[in-house]
Design a protein around this ligand. Structure first.
Ligand code: AMP
Length: 473
């Protein structure tokens, strides 16, 4: 095959050198006296993305406390026979407007509602009870053995004015018992809420009331509206507006002037039917038996449309007269039917996790202020390694220990032994396992007593036994 002729090399074009531009004469800037020179803006690395108002990160330093709250809730819910449920965060807006009801703050002011890409109106859930009721209907849970008992944990969204203990995104833990009308169900739910807080170290008082059946309430509202109209001039502007819109909400108004008026107001308990009164008395008897302290609170109505009969809220005991509840709940016998299901009695509660976290933080801070306070040392064991070979072997040994449910602190990213021992000291561990080059070769490991500094050589095969013994000391 004839070779192609190599193309002739192109001669580079002669480029005429451009004339260098004439140097500008340096002009001295005259800075007028008494005028501070303009500061150059510092260049930031990128845009500053702040979290949205009313929303916050839960940081690693809060992680232990959050995990503790979650596991306490999980343990107690499981112990009382509740099964875990998780419903979507995004739901049809109608689900909440119909169930919680117009005229409530949650529906009128606080829901995050928006139009989805298909034009439907959706919202970020402001609570979970309505979602659980929807799920009960959608999945034919009325055919399951009754009651159906479920618990949940997750984020809620309410576009409220943020302040201490009030966020736009917050977490709730809650339990719902569906399918049974019995006072023991209400008492059990209150016990679960109360004992969850007690297990977390928070003593609470339960404020409780009954708002009867829908008919009881209708009769009572006629009486209440008459009374409120007669006292209109003494009420706050907010309550004046509520007389027609949602008169029950005037009962638990936070305004002092309203509270004075409500002292004389007719009480819903006097308007309960015999059936509702009997049911409520039974709930209280169960609470007495269970040793759960409660305060009868005739002004407590909870404000949401779906409640019937028992309503309750929990307040930290050292928070006398506090306006912010740690949790609340009640019976909602009409909700499932209202959402298109069969008539189904049900009740539930939810606890606000951010508010619980605040109480726990306050308790910790008060403890730390005490003169004889000594921080609790968590104990445990640290695993330190020195050198590349040791670092590689460490991952294997740490996993071997983990499989036996033996956990050790470690920081494999650090290579200096001094730095690792410093971390071990900060953590307050009693012993540190040290794996160096020599130990890798000998298949041994050093066990250092952090207090005395005495080190012992242990066969690597015996690590698990040694760690188990040290951890159980
Ligand atoms: P609710 O059913 O509205 O009474 O809510 C139950 C619990 O959730 C309350 O007692 C609070 O502890 C908590 N909670 C309600 N709204 C908020 C909020 N905006 N921010 C933080 N926690 C909240």
């Amino acid at each position: 095959m004839p070779r192609k002729k190599a193309p002739a090399k192109k001669q580079p074009k002669k480029v005429l050198a451009k004339k260098a531009p004439a140097k500008k004469k340096a002009v001295k800037k005259v800075v007028p006296k008494n005028v501070a020179p303009k500061k150059e803006k510092k260049k930031t690395k990128g845009p500053n993305y702040a979290t949205l108002r009313g929303m916050k990160d839960i940081l690693p330093k809060e992680g232990v406390s959050w995990q503790h709250m979650y596991h306490t809730a999980e343990d107690i819910a499981n112990a009382y026979g509740f099964s875990y449920i998780e419903t979507p965060i995004l739901e049809q807006a109608m689900l909440f407007t119909r169930s919680i009801g117009k005229g409530t703050d949650v529906v009128d002011k606080e829901m995050y509602v928006f139009e989805d890409k298909d034009g439907s109106r959706v919202c970020l859930r402001p609570e979970v009870t309505a979602s659980v009721a929807r799920s009960y209907i959608n999945h034919g849970m009325q055919t399951f053995p009754q009651p159906v008992k479920v618990w949940y944990w997750g984020q809620m969204f309410r576009h409220d004015r943020p302040q201490a203990g009030r966020y736009r995104q917050f977490h709730q833990f809650g339990c719902e018992t569906l399918g049974v009308q019995s006072p023991v169900v209400d008492a059990e739910l209150i016990a679960v809420a109360y004992n969850t807080l007690r297990d977390l170290g928070i003593e609470t008082t339960v404020r409780i009331n009954s708002i009867g059946t829908v008919e009881d309430r209708e009769n009572y509202i006629v009486e209440l509206v008459g009374y409120l109209r007669s006292k209109r001039s003494y009420l706050s502007d907010e309550s004046k507006k509520r007389i027609n819109k949602n008169p029950l909400r005037v009962l638990d108004s936070k305004h002092e002037q309203d509270q004075a008026v409500m002292e004389e107001a007719p009480q819903i308990l006097d308007w309960l039917s015999d059936k509702s009164r009997g049911f409520f008395m039974n709930v209280l008897e169960y609470l007495d038996e269970a040793g759960i302290p409660y305060v009868l609170t005739p002004t407590l109505v909870r404000g949401l449309d779906y409640y019937t009969d028992t309503v309750f809220e929990l307040y930290a005991e050292d928070d006398e007269g506090s306006q912010s509840a740690l949790g609340g709940g009640g019976r909602y016998n009409g909700l499932i039917e209202q959402l298109g299901g069969e008539e189904t009695p049900a009740a539930g509660f939810s606890l606000g996790i951010e508010r619980i976290a605040m109480v726990l933080k306050k308790q910790r801070e008060e403890l730390e202020k005490q003169e004889n306070y000594k921080p609790e040392k968590p104990g445990g064991i640290f695993f330190a390694q020195l050198g590349e070979q040791a670092c590689k072997r460490s991952l294997y040994l740490i996993e071997e220990l983990r499989r036996k449910d033996l956990r050790v602190y470690h920081n494999l990213a650090k290579s200096s032994l001094k730095a690792q021992l410093e971390t071990a000291n900060k953590l307050g561990v009693s012993h540190t396992l040290i794996l160096g080059q020599k130990e890798v070769q000998d298949e041994t490991i050093l066990v250092r007593n952090m207090e005395s500094g005495i080190q012992e050589v242990v066969d690597q095969k015996k690590i698990a036994n040694t760690v188990q013994k040290l951890l159980s000391k």
